[in-house]
Design a protein around this ligand. Sequence first.
Ligand SMILES: Nc1ncnc2c1ncn2[C@@H]1O[C@H](COP(=O)(O)OP(=O)(O)OP(=O)(O)O)[C@@H](O)[C@H]1O
Length: 278
Amino acid sequence: MQPFVTDYANDYALELLDVTCTFRSRDDAGQAYTAVGQTTLRIRAGEFVSVVGPTGCGKSTLLNIGAGLLPPTSGSVKVFGQTLAGINTRAGYMFQTEALMPWRSAIANVMVGLQYHGVPDAEARAQAQAWLERVGLADFGDRYPHQLSGGMRKRTALAQVLALDPDIILMDEPFSALDIQTRQLMENEVLDLWAAKKKAVLFITHDLDEAIAMSDRVVVLSAGPATRPMGEFDIDLPRPRNVAEVRTQPRFIELHTQIWDVLRDEVLKGYAQQLKKA
Ligand SMILES: Nc1ncnc2c1ncn2[C@@H]1O[C@H](COP(=O)(O)OP(=O)(O)OP(=O)(O)O)[C@@H](O)[C@H]1O
């Protein structure tokens, strides 16, 4: 009889293990700046985890390490139990800044990743159209990015990421440039799409309300240098959630108070550092 072995490592989609990241200082090339210090962060398959922290503390650095775009100075990254070397091909990324190609129409932007993966043009077009429909842009495929609103461009970028069906989705403040109503609509859409597919999500934000409303778990980072997790909070609010409505629940307010207690001092430290740099 085969012994029953549980491979706990494979419960995790993404693991950053004792990761440190040191840069050459931007102000003085002779100086080193440790952005991330000995950080361990694990995300289970299907789990939605947000990372919050003060401005400039190292959130994007962590995400870039998870994406395989930036090798850590020490420590390691595992993807479904396998040590990551190079780009994380199981992950899709959505960044703060616009990533659409301005010379391609919306549908051509969604198709590009599929074509890169060898999907024939007709099939890529059909899949891209289905994704545009899912994000509410069925009739906008022929428009170019400059002919779309900010929210529509974000929807296109979302379709572009989801079309590739990644097991891990990395999002770096994807909606920070949007007005509050569009932002909440997009947040709800992301939650609906996530609930249907249950991918692992690492979501970077400095908006605590957004982090609580969307996540299963919120990780709070310390102010830099050498940022590291200061606290982790399970968000036990029922799903499905509407991000606007959930904010009025007493449990949301309780969680917000608890997390803000940890985050507040770090935000103040981060702010003081920004002033010193300015
Ligand atoms: N390539 C680099 N070279 C030198 N320093 C860097 C580099 N990338 C980031 N840093 C520094 O590392 C620190 C963390 O940067 P990072 O962008 O990860 O922070 P963040 O928390 O995502 O910032 P924000 O809240 O503004 O989005 C910052 O002080 C930044 O200036």
